[in-house]
Every structure is written in structure tokens, then in C-alpha cells.
Design a protein around this ligand. Structure first.
Ligand code: FES
Length: 96
């Protein structure tokens, strides 16, 4: 989205996802554990998009995850680590 389209809205960046004491969010930890981390351009987008998606869809199918992340592009990888991280985060979020 263009920055002007966010005018008047609250914006959450990747820096806000970890706790104040530095504990990673479920999604951040999943990316770390599943080797889903890529570069500093695409990874924040994947992490923020997935965080928002899982908030609204706590029990997604793999196809729903792929669809949710389809607007985030990385031409450097095959996405397997990212999708594995997304599945891990979705499953971790379901635990009590
Ligand atoms: S690793 Fe980030 S755009 Fe490819």
C-alpha cells in the first residue's frame, strides 16, 4: 500500500511484535525455528502479514496461508522455509 493510504490509520511495524523485554512473538519464533528468515526487506513483510492473518484466522489451512502470503514476494527463495514457519506459527498459536 502507498503510505498515503495509511493516513489516519494505526500502523504496526515488525519492531513492535516482540515484547518489551525482547521475547519474540510466536510468528517471529516460528520463522527463526523453521529457518524462514530471509532478507531485511521481505522478512518483516512476511512476519507482519502473517501476524495479522493469524489474528483473524487462528486455524488456517495451508492453502489459506499461501493465499494470505501471496502478496509478499521474494525472488530469492522457494518459500518452503517461510511456509513451514507459517504452519509452525499457526499450530503454536492454537496451543493453550
Ligand atoms: S530474501 Fe528478501 S527479497 Fe528475497
Amino acid at each position: 500500500m502507498l503510505a498515503v493510504q495509511a493516513d489516519g490509520h494505526e500502523v504496526t511495524t515488525v519492531e513492535a511484535l516482540a515484547s518489551a523485554d525482547g521475547e519474540l512473538s510466536i510468528v517471529q519464533q516460528a520463522f527463526r525455528d523453521a529457518h524462514g528468515l530471509q532478507c531485511g526487506f521481505c522478512t518483516p513483510g512476511f512476519v507482519v502479514t502473517l501476524t495479522s492473518f493469524l489474528r483473524d484466522h487462528p486455524e488456517p489451512t495451508d492453502d489459506e496461508i499461501r493465499s494470505a502470503l501471496s502478496g509478499n514476494l521474494c525472488r530469492c527463495t522457494g518459500y518452503q522455509g517461510i511456509l513451514k514457519a507459517a504452519r509452525l506459527a499457526a499450530d503454536a498459536g492454537r496451543r493453550p
